[in-house]
Design a binder for this molecule. Structure first.
Ligand SMILES: *[C@@H]1O[C@H](CO)[C@@H](O)[C@H](O)[C@H]1NC(C)=O
Ligand SMILES: *[C@@H]1O[C@H](CO)[C@@H](O)[C@H](O)[C@H]1NC(C)=O
Ligand SMILES: *[C@@H]1O[C@H](CO)[C@@H](O)[C@H](O)[C@H]1NC(C)=O
Length: 160
């Protein structure tokens, strides 16, 4: 390599190493609380317990880290999360990727609780703006809870 190039390259390497150290210290420090809960059925869960986000912010937060809001789709995943309850760590309410239907065919008739079904000749329009959203509550007996999506004080459960 041309010796004139060595100094800038060395500076670049130095700053890259510096940035790596800096990022990991911020992630383990006070500003970001994303903590790994390990992997089950090929999916890795991370939680943030800062309890400072509404559902939309929680979804953006996961996306910022290349993840998505967690889904809990099997008993195995639920039991795994249950086993990760920790009174000083993974505790209390965390937003998950659960919300009410924005899709007419996913709504239910009030008298039977059965889905609308396939009235395929009806046009579909959604004029609702309010969503209700789901949270996973980590405690010794875990719970799925419904909250107004605008509640701004829950933790976040992401998956990748
Ligand atoms: C519980 O969470 C705290 C805070 O993250 C951590 O320091 C501790 O090691 C955890 N305990 C267990 C048993 O995982
Ligand atoms: C609505 O929900 C049904 C059932 O989950 C799904 O099959 C369909 O693709 C959805 N339609 C739209 C427009 O999202
Ligand atoms: C959809 O329509 C078909 C044909 O009429 C019917 O067999 C089926 O049960 C319907 N599905 C639902 C979910 O209503």
């Amino acid at each position: 390599m041309n010796p004139k190039l060595l100094a800038p390259v060395a500076v670049l390497i130095f700053f890259s190493a510096y940035l790596l150290v800096e990022c990991s210290s911020i992630q383990g420090g006070a500003e970001i609380y994303l903590t790994s809960l390990g992997t089950v059925e090929g999916k890795s869960f991370f939680y943030d317990r800062s309890a400072s986000r509404n559902w939309v912010q929680a979804r953006q937060y996961c996306e910022e880290y290349g993840m998505e809001l967690a889904t809990i789709t099997t008993e195995v995943q639920l039991q795994y999360l249950k086993s990760k309850h920790n009174a000083t760590g993974f505790n209390s309410h965390h937003w998950i990727g659960l919300r009410n239907a924005r899709n007419l065919s996913a709504m239910a008739w009030d008298d039977t609780d059965l889905p609308v079904g396939n009235l395929t000749t009806a046009a579909f329009a959604n004029h609702a703006t309010d969503l209700i959203c789901g949270a996973y509550r980590s405690q010794t007996a875990p719970a799925l809870e419904i909250w107004p999506c605008t509640t701004g004080s829950l933790g976040v459960l992401c998956q990748t």
